[in-house]
Write a protein that binds this ligand. Structure first.
Ligand code: DC
Length: 215
């Protein structure tokens, strides 16, 4: 399928910004799959769910109601758009996303949205597990330092105590966890167009993607 564009890559590579712009340009829907894992992490924190308690986690996933409305996201009726963009939820979402029951629970919502077509979907496993039949797969990357710098710029507005050095360490830790977990690890495959955005502007990246789209 050509009208499902998948963008995978590590934290801070710019997937969200790029996917949103690309979707707007093409008149497609946009799905930020990381936000789903962040929403689950938020609920886990709210309910103090023990991550080793499989049945509690299963119940949480079955019952949580996540909705997207434009740029806003809600979980069980609570607007969590801003609250999920913190270093703490970032770390917890990475832990939560390594659990097979969580991934299985969030598979359907992602897969169904792809089946409707005209969508840009971004995350860690969108081109490998969620929609492998996409004919427009991209892998967006950047150096660890650049990715950490971008994350730091985002996070420091909310958290005055955050430092660039700590953000670099966080990003490295998440990279390792996200790409070495057993279930659907972040993987770059031969059928993905690789883009290193370290020295590229947002517009450059969008142009590169648009230029290599199979239509
Ligand atoms: O892209 P992000 O930083 O919002 O993602 C948060 C976490 O969710 C990330 O550390 C790994 C996980 N994730 C995942 O495992 N699979 C996806 N498709 C998207 C995100």
């Amino acid at each position: 399928m050509k009208n499902v564009i998948t963008i995978d890559g590590p934290s801070g590579a710019g997937k969200g910004t790029i996917a949103r712009l690309l979707a707007k340009k093409l008149g497609y829907k946009y799905l930020d799959t990381g936000a789903l894992y962040r929403a689950v992490a938020w609920k886990v924190r709210e309910e103090r769910t023990d991550l080793s308690n499989e049945s509690a986690l299963k119940r949480l996933i079955e019952n949580i109601k996540i909705t997207f409305n434009g740029d806003r996201i809600t979980a069980d009726g609570v607007d969590i758009t801003s609250e999920i963009r913190t270093a703490e939820i970032g770390e917890l979402s990475s832990q939560v996303s390594a659990l097979p029951s969580v991934r299985a629970g969030l598979f359907g919502i992602q897969r169904n949205m792809c089946l409707q077509g005209d969508v840009v979907i971004e995350g860690r496993d969108t081109g490998t597990t969620i929609f492998p039949e996409s004919e427009n797969k991209f892998y967006l990357d950047a150096s660890v330092e650049e990715r950490a710098r971008r994350r730091y710029e985002e996070l420091k507005m909310k958290d005055a105590a955050i430092t660039l050095a700590a953000t670099i360490e966080d990003i490295k830790k998440r990279d390792t966890r996200d790409s070495t977990r057993q279930t659907s690890p972040l993987t770059r495959t031969d059928d993905m167009v690789y883009i290193d955005s370290t020295n590229l502007s947002i517009e450059d990246v969008v142009e590169k993607i648009t230029g290599s789209l199979k239509r």
